[in-house]
Design a protein around this ligand. Structure first.
Ligand SMILES: Nc1ncnc2c1ncn2[C@@H]1O[C@H](COP(=O)(O)OP(=O)(O)OP(=O)(O)O)[C@@H](O)[C@H]1O
Ligand code: SF4
Ligand SMILES: [Mg+2]
Length: 337
């Protein structure tokens, strides 16, 4: 999916703001279509996208990515919360008021077989069909691609660029780029949001997320991304997530990830961890954050805010051999401040 913008005004106010957006789908039964349950597809999601920025949105199947995308472009009406586009609330606009905005904000459904592959260069994308059908020599195909690029208003120098660069720079586009795994969005995203069962669990500048995941679900997703360096690949631990994604009809209590998290403790089952800002635009929701030093923990006051009196303060991750062990667990001395 892509949210496209071709306007070009204020750089300060974000182009898009999503504030506490919820989208629940009622499940109805019986002849009176009584609502018996709700699918919590998107459950209190907030973030902003700057103009010209690409925000990658990743998470397993069913976590609510498409529902969030559809709600943002107003193919769906939010159950609650606000969608603000160019400073204007659009969450509940009618079809007629939405019409002029439809040109500036679009959903592009990614069919990996039919659409532009973000990891292939423009020249390759255009010449592949000729190659498959064995048309001409390599040099002839390259010349022909140059002609085609010129026909559509691009120059031969676009041959070695990625489609994403071309579109974004020349049309001044803003993207919300949705994918299942962190491998796909790595090279196109400025920032990445990780979604789990209807919630954003981590949001960070792209490179920071890849080098310093704070939330264990991100760590697990990351462990599945192939790395080209064989030495590094061998050293790295592959974290296999146990069990299926729980149902968004009755999400788990506390941290929704707790039934599958190898670091889970009692507090995780009892209290939902809020998104905490760790600085540098890095937000994460976890009671036992990974890759965070003691000073940062004290500063953000994770333990103070989110650890109840009954919490197991001495809780340590069940497996301390992982690549990104929690530097520290919350300690009682941060309680008072
Ligand atoms: N119209 C609907 N009515 C009821 N439930 C729905 C509806 N649309 C989506 N859902 C449910 O909402 C949850 C989120 O679905 P969504 O399609 O947003 O996930 P997704 O992250 O896009 O998944 P995928 O990666 O498979 O595309 C799922 O449990 C799905 O079954
Ligand atoms: S809050 Fe607990 S269960 Fe949730 S990700 Fe953090 S350690 Fe795991
Ligand atoms: Mg989807």
């Amino acid at each position: 999916m892509t949210v496209l913008d071709q306007a070009g005004e204020s750089a300060e106010t974000p182009l898009l703001e999503v504030r506490h957006v919820k989208k629940y789908f009622p499940i109805r039964q019986g002849i009176f279509s009584r609502e018996v349950a709700r699918v919590h597809a998107v459950d209190d999601v907030s973030f902003a996208v700057r103009e010209g920025e690409t925000l990658g949105l990743v998470g397993e199947s069913g976590c609510g990515k498409s529902t969030l995308g559809r709600t943002i472009v107003r193919l769906l009406e939010p159950t609650d919360g606000q969608v603000i586009f160019q400073g204007r609330q659009i969450g509940h606009l009618g079809a007629r008021s939405m019409r002029p905005l439809r040109r500036e904000m679009q959903m592009v459904f990614q069919d990996p077989y039919a659409s532009l592959n973000p990891r292939k260069r423009v020249g390759t994308i255009v010449s592949d069909p000729m190659k498959i059908h064995k048309l001409g020599s390599a040099a002839e195909r390259k010349r022909r691609v140059g002609e085609i690029l010129e026909t559509v208003g691009l120059s031969p120098e676009h041959y070695n660029r990625f489609p994403h660069d071309d579109l974004q720079n020349e049309l001044h586009l803003t993207y919300l780029f949705i994918a299942h795994d962190l491998g796909v969005v790595r090279h196109v995203s400025d920032r990445i949001a990780v979604m789990y069962l209807g919630k954003i669990v981590e949001l960070a500048p792209a490179e920071e997320l890849y080098t310093r995941p704070i939330m264990p679900y991100s760590e697990a997703l990351l462990s599945a991304v192939p790395i080209p360096d064989p030495d590094l690949a061998e050293k790295r631990e592959r974290i296999v997530l146990e069990g299926d994604v729980p149902s968004p009809i009755n999400p788990p209590s506390g941290c929704r990830f707790h039934p599958r998290c190898r670091y889970a403790t009692d507090v995780c089952k009892q209290l939902e961890p809020p998104l905490v800002d760790y600085g540098n635009g890095h937000l994460a929701a976890c009671h036992h954050p990974l890759n965070v030093d003691q000073a940062t923990l004290q500063r953000v006051g994770v333990a103070e805010q989110h650890t109840p009196a009954t919490a197991d303060e001495s809780a340590l991750p069940q497996d301390s051999s992982g690549r990104s062990n929690p530097a520290v667990t919350p300690t009682s001395d941060t309680h008072s401040g």
